[in-house]
Every structure is written in structure tokens, then in C-alpha cells.
Ligand binder design. Structure first.
Ligand code: KQY
Length: 378
């Protein structure tokens, strides 16, 4: 059972844990829409299977899939992966799934943000998005987690938390008039405080160049540990990403987190630059009302778009010339985890990457005893 609560998480004693804290599992959705995924979504499905298998080596994985694709997904995914029928408009679980919050009594609840397909009718990426907007409630129901329906539009990819009161985001996304036009910066900070237990918001400027989400932070920067941040980077001053990353670096270098710490910053060289080929663009169906894919489009590739599983960091492989250098940086940033690469160009062609297609289910812990709470307690 999952109750809908009309209180606020922080007042109830809940906080958003960091992704690097322990998980009870991870959720994904299955790609199938042919106006986003080329060649009937077959290459993307193969990539999602590899991502699910890599995460399943660390923690239980559940994949939500439409009735139409159920049998296909079930046969393609490893037996250890749970497959459940779940309607959605596309497959970006980070953005449409709940943001789980935990408390010191060992309880877990979900925050269900409003979703408008990254901008609604003002630059959003598709219509309708009603099935996506219902995903978080259904995940909470299956997880047996009570749910807060938040009064604002927000996607999970737009925020990263350190679990100790600090949150990273971008002005390009959270202050974009196509998300919450009636809200000021201060009002958004108050909503993040009330729903996630955030005390300090670190505002970065723009997200990765040509990111169609309006600059989600999860493609630009993330926490590797409290006080430790990974940032996508290029040394090429003529590249449009240079000024974006330089500005983010400057803001991070002059910021303090909620505990007063300065940030240690790990620069992750960007892949490429990468571009869609004519052949790749030709494999995507054109439909009225959505921006057609075109050969030569710059892709918003970034090694920051990885998933932190219990024992592994699952990173996107995007560029043979840069993958090993990025993996080495991640090994330094996550010394206790094994870094595993998954070929991820097919996910990037759809507009995001491994972090965007995953959503962790944090393991609540009772602070008094330090013991892990039994699963399914609310
Ligand atoms: O990156 C994401 N979080 C979502 C990207 C959506 C792209 C839809 N074409």
C-alpha cells in the first residue's frame, strides 16, 4: 500500500540521500518509441540490457515495460532483472520516477514531482506526457512507499544531492520559465528544502552544450562523495562547452557546501565532440510536432552521466580516444567501487545517458542502531 501524504518530507524528518549511499535497488524503463529511438529502438534496447545487467551485479534491478513490449523485454533482459508492466511515454526513469527520501527511523518515501516533458508546450520534447507523469506514483505503489505529490515541475536529472544538505542544479533548467514560471529562485530553494531537506543550493549556470533537457545538471556535474564533485570538462577554448564548464568550475571553486566544506573537483574530459550521423538520423521516425533528428547534430555527450551502484560505477563508453582517461578519473573519484563501462552511444542518440535512464531506491538506515532497516518499512 502507498498513501498520498499532504505534509512535507523535511518537516516529517526525511532527506534525499546521495546516490553514493547504499541502495536496495534500481529502476529503469524500456525504450520503444520510434520517433526517439532509431531502427525500432532495437539498438537502444540492446544498450539498456547491458546497463541493466551491469547494475544487477551490484543491486536488484526492475525494468518497467509496456504491455506491447513485455515479452520482448522479458526475453532480452537477464533472469535476475525483474520486469513489470508499466505504461510510460518514453523511458527516462531519472526524470519521471520518484525521488526517494529516507529518515533516521529507517523509513523510505517517494517525492512525485510534476512532469511536463522538459518544458511542456514551451519547448518540451513531446506531447502527451500523461503516462510519464503517472510513473512515480506507480513505482511508489510497487515499492510500498508513501508518496508526496510535489506542487512543482522538476525532473530527477535536474538535481544532485550530497545527502548532507547540499544540492547541485543549473539555472538554465530550474529557473527556465517553461518549468515553474510563477516561482522565484528563493521559492524554488524553499521547495527543495521542504521536499529534500536541502540547506544549500549550488546554482551552476548552463548545462552541457545542446542538451535538450535545458541543461540538466546530471550531464554536467555530480557528487562522488561529500565535498567531492565530478565536472565535465574540455581544454579546447574554441569549443562552446569550454565557457560553460569554466563558469561551473569557478562557481564550484568559490562555493561552500552545507557543512562549510570547499569542493574537490575532478575534471572529466568530454567525449568527442560527438555528432549524429546521417544514417543514425535516418533511422528515427519523423512525427508532426517534434524536432526531427538530423545528421550533423551535436550530441550532448558527457562522462558525468554515469550511475553509482552499490559496488560499481556504471559509466558510458562514448569515444575510444577518451573512454580510458575518463575511467581513470572515475576510479580516483570512487576508490571503493569498480568502474564498469557500457557502450552508450545508442542511449546518447536518444538525448540522455545512463544516469538519465536509472533511478536508485536508497536503503534507509536507522541511525540509533546503525543497522540497515528491513525492506518494505515505511
Ligand atoms: O537526459 C534526460 N534526462 C532526458 C532526455 C530526454 C530526451 C528525449 N528525447
Amino acid at each position: 500500500m502507498s498513501r498520498t501524504l499532504d505534509t512535507r518530507p523535511a518537516r516529517d524528518g526525511f532527506r534525499m540521500p546521495a546516490e553514493f549511499e547504499p541502495h536496495d535497488g534500481c529502476w529503469l524503463l524500456w525504450p520503444e518509441r520510434t520517433d526517439n529511438w532509431r531502427l525500432g529502438a532495437k539498438p537502444a534496447q540492446a544498450a539498456f540490457v547491458q546497463v541493466a545487467a551491469a547494475i544487477a551485479a551490484s543491486e536488484p534491478v526492475t525494468v518497467g515495460v509496456s504491455q506491447r513490449q513485455y515479452a520482448n523485454a522479458r526475453s532480452a533482459l537477464p533472469p535476475a532483472v525483474r520486469v513489470v508492466e508499466l505504461s510510460s511515454n518514453d523511458c527516462w526513469m531519472r526524470d519521471v520516477g520518484p525521488t526517494f527520501v529516507v529518515d533516521a527511523r529507517g523509513r523510505r518515501r517517494g517525492v512525485d514531482w510534476r512532469f511536463n516533458a522538459w518544458g511542456g508546450l514551451e519547448g518540451g520534447l513531446y506531447w502527451p506526457w500523461d503516462l510519464d507523469d503517472a510513473v512515480a506514483q506507480k513505482v511508489c505503489e510497487i515499492e510500498g512507499a508513501d508518496r508526496y505529490r510535489a506542487p512543482c515541475v522538476l525532473e530527477g536529472g535536474a538535481i544532485h544531492a550530497d545527502g548532507q544538505g547540499t544540492l547541485l542544479t543549473t539555472e538554465e533548467c530550474l529557473l527556465n520559465p517553461n518549468r515553474n514560471p510563477g516561482l522565484t529562485r528563493e521559492e524554488i530553494e524553499r521547495l527543495l528544502a521542504d521536499h529534500l531537506g536541502i540547506e544549500t543550493v549550488i546554482w551552476l549556470g548552463r548545462g552541457v552544450y545542446r542538451d535538450e533537457t535545458d541543461g540538466h545538471v546530471d550531464n554536467l556535474a555530480c557528487f562522488a562523495a561529500p565535498g567531492v564533485v565530478c565536472l565535465t570538462w574540455t581544454d579546447d577554448r574554441s569549443d562552446p562547452q569550454y565557457e560553460i564548464s569554466r563558469d561551473a568550475h569557478e562557481r564550484l571553486a568559490s562555493a561552500r557546501d552545507a557543512r562549510g566544506r570547499r569542493f574537490e573537483i575532478h575534471k572529466l574530459v568530454q567525449p568527442g565532440p560527438l555528432y549524429m550521423t546521417d544514417e543514425e538520423a535516418a533511422g528515427v521516425d519523423h512525427v508532426d510536432g517534434t524536432e526531427p533528428r538530423r545528421g550533423g547534430n551535436r550530441l550532448a555527450g558527457s562522462y558525468v552521466n554515469f550511475y553509482v551502484a552499490n559496488r560499481h560505477v556504471v559509466m558510458p563508453l562514448l569515444d575510444r580516444k577518451r573512454d580510458a582517461r575518463a575511467a581513470a578519473v572515475l576510479k580516483r573519484a570512487f576508490p571503493k567501487r569498480e568502474v564498469v563501462g557500457v557502450p552508450a552511444r545508442e542511449i546518447l542518440l536518444g538525448g540522455g545517458n545512463i544516469h538519465c535512464i536509472t533511478q536508485q531506491v536508497p536503503r534507509p538506515r536507522e541511525l540509533r542502531s546503525g543497522r540497515a532497516a528491513p525492506r518494505r518499512r515505511r
